[in-house]
Ligand binder design. Structure first.
Ligand code: NAD
Length: 357
């Protein structure tokens, strides 16, 4: 039997509560479907700073690189906020992405029908919502040089550089078109080609790569229009592919359409090892109280099964288990509605683990 090696990085705050629930679900899946998962835990973020003085210790990096996939909780919290930027817990995320070479960030925004009233948008606008945002993760303005703040005769000036190369655009475009093939076969490429030359190149290269995927439809959209369309008629989108900066903003916007940050998973792919994590942070305001929603992390584990292990049926089984538990009316406080059963983090994890068929 194949052993799937998973490195666990619970990190800080609620990360320490939700990662064990995803493990519980994977173990239940393993038992029922005959899969062997091997878990290895390592330090990251504030927990690593406290124990060994740095947010991303070498041993953690090694444990990540030696795994078949990595499941991360969250990092950060008020305790480490005074530290200088390079030593902050959040630096571990950039370091991990860079060292693992995960250039594609996948963020699905899917509406669970039974939660449609939790969104701030009208139910009829979000009915059937199922978007996959593919954000370029290791290039663009977050990494481009020159950068910094420098003095000039009039005072100071801040500089950042948006930079994309043909190979960087080609590889992210291929990921987006490949994903669209398994979905509704529509890619919307988002840029600001009317103003930014770097994204004029983006549009040209995405159009060229599209020729390899004639069965997928390609649309181009300016980022300002996309921000508007996501609120106006979000169901027009299937896969959205965009730059690091635009993807950062649009993926948050898309995720809020569904109403709860505690429900949304993510995957970072493209390198040797995939990195899976909920989109939310360490939620220090609710940490340690057994009230955090573990579903985003459990769904991240489902993405791991699908994208790193190619166990599509197992991924779907986890997703169905989540649906089933929600249909039965169980809710953590963040998604609680009148008439539903209030459930803690551990109880929710246990219910989903038990619901795996
Ligand atoms: P956050 O996502 O941690 O929390 C925002 C709000 O959502 C809070 O009210 C929180 O209680 C709630 N929330 C988050 N996850 C939840 C869950 N699973 N269940 C129920 N409610 C949940 O964002 P923040 O408060 O801006 O940041 C807190 C810390 O997390 C900061 O140190 C920040 O830097 C860090 N952070 C880390 C990551 C990451 O590790 N990937 C991402 C974002 C923020």
């Amino acid at each position: 039997m194949k052993t799937y090696r998973i490195t666990l990085l619970p990190g800080d705050g609620v990360g320490r509560e939700i990662v064990p629930e995803a493990v519980r679900v994977l173990e239940s899946l393993g038992k029922r479907r005959g899969r062997c998962f091997e878990f290895r835990e390592a330090l990251v973020g504030g927990a690593a700073i406290d124990r060994v003085g740095v947010p991303l210790p070498d041993e953690t990096l090694t444990a990540a690189l030696e795994a078949d996939a990595v499941l991360l909780g969250a990092v950060g919290g008020p305790k480490w906020e005074g530290l200088e930027y390079a030593k902050r817990p959040e630096r571990a995320l950039l370091g991990l992405r860079e060292k693992l070479g995960t250039f594609a960030n996948l963020r699905p925004a899917v509406l669970f029908p039974m939660l449609k009233d939790a969104s701030t948008l009208k139910p009829e606008v979000i009915e059937g919502l199922d978007i996959m945002v593919v954000r370029e993760l290791t290039g663009g303005i977050y990494f481009g040089t020159p950068r910094g703040v420098e003095r000039y005769e009039g005072g100071e000036r801040g500089i950042n550089t948006e930079i994309y190369t043909t190979p960087e655009i080609e590889r992210i475009a291929r990921i987006a078109f490949g994903l669209a093939r398994k979905r509704r076969r529509l890619v919307t490429s988002v840029d600001k080609a009317n103003v930014l030359e770097a994204t004029e190149l983006w549009r040209r290269v995405v159009t060229k790569v599209h020729a390899e995927f004639p069965d997928v439809e390609l649309r181009h959209m300016y980022v300002d229009n996309c921000a508007m369309q996501l609120i106006r008629r979000p169901t027009q989108f299937d896969v959205i592919v965009t730059t690091n900066l635009f993807g950062d903003i649009l993926s948050d916007e898309a995720s809020m359409l569904t109403g709860s940050i505690g429900m949304l998973p993510s995957a970072s792919l493209g390198g040797a090892v995939g990195l899976y994590e909920p989109i939310h942070g360490s939620a220090p305001d609710i940490a340690g109280q057994n009230i955090a929603n573990p579903i985003a992390t459990i769904l991240s584990a489902a993405m791991m099964l699908r994208h790193s292990f190619e166990l599509e049926d197992d991924a779907a089984a986890v997703e169905r288990a989540v649906h089933r538990v929600l249909e039965r009316g169980y809710r953590t406080p963040d998604i609680l509605q009148p008439g539903m059963t209030k459930t803690g983090t551990r109880e929710m994890g246990g219910l989903i683990a038990d619901a795996i068929a």
